[in-house]
Design a protein around this ligand. Structure first.
Ligand code: ATP
Ligand code: MG
Length: 232
């Protein structure tokens, strides 16, 4: 394994850096092999590639849902490979995550879903109220605050999940196929929300199969194939 000190110096400001990252699950061929990448603050980057290419695995390494088999991963200036559990919690507070299947809590209202993370962090009632309102406004759902997720369309549920992901002002927003369960028009609306959030300063890394939308967006694209970055 190459040590960080032998790598060429790079400006410290990147939000994510990966150096020679490998991930192998037991008895399988590498899910990720020799990944090197750098994501700058304020960027919006798409991660594309066929099923099984390693997109989800790469995202999971960034918020330490999985640990790299080797290599170094720096997120927001911290080496995530070396983190203790308490530091992993700190890291996750700075990262918002959005999934294909929304993962909302169905027994909670829209407000309660978005508020939950702030409650866990022990924020005051007034701060929670303010932040949840503002996050729901960003996604255009402040009028659905008291509704339960079951009463919302797929696109609306995803917008709640986005509000929840940004409510604590993350430095990085990760999204894994966030438009995978939506029709094309709804997918475009949700994608435009990510663009708005990015324009307001949050760095966004999104895995998606939706090449048509990716082309429309004109952002940087990282292509994975069989666990490796492919260059065009
Ligand atoms: N927890 C796990 N245990 C074992 N193997 C895994 C695990 N997670 C992923 N893999 C394997 O790693 C490889 C990459 O999977 P990954 O889910 O990252 O692909 P993906 O690009 O997200 O695919 P999709 O587009 O279908 O979501 C696959 O071969 C997969 O079977
Ligand atoms: Mg995936």
């Amino acid at each position: 394994m190459q040590s960080l000190s032998s790598l060429p110096p790079a400006p410290l400001s990147a939000i994510v850096q990966m150096f020679h990252v490998y991930k192998t699950f037991d008895g399988q061929k590498a899910a990720l092999a020799d990944i090197n990448l750098r994501i700058e603050p304020g960027e919006m980057v798409f991660l594309v590639g066929p099923s099984g290419a390693g997109k989800t695995t790469l995202l999971r390494l960034i918020f330490r849902e999985e640990k790299a088999s080797s290599g170094q991963i720096i997120v927001n200036g911290k080496n995530v490979s070396k983190m203790k559990d308490s530091q992993i919690c700190q890291l996750r507070r700075k990262i918002g995550v959005v999934f294909q299947d929304f993962k909302l809590i169905h027994s909670k209202t829209v407000f309660e879903n978005v508020a939950y993370v702030l409650q866990v962090l022990g924020k005051s009632k007034s701060e929670i109220g303010r932040k949840v309102w503002s996050a729901l406004r960003r996604v255009g759902l402040e009028h659905k605050m008291d509704v339960y997720p079951k009463r919302l369309s797929g696109g609306e549920q995803q917008r709640v999940a986005i509000a929840r992901a940004v409510v604590n002002d993350p430095v990085l927003l990760l999204a894994d196929e966030p438009t995978g369960n939506l029709d094309l028009d709804t997918a475009r609306e949700v994608m435009n929300l990510f663009i708005d959030i990015n324009i307001q300063g949050t760095t966004v890394l999104m895995a998606t199969h939706n090449l048509r939308i990716v082309e429309e967006m004109g952002k940087r694209v990282i292509s994975l194939r069989e666990g490796k970055i492919v260059h065009h």
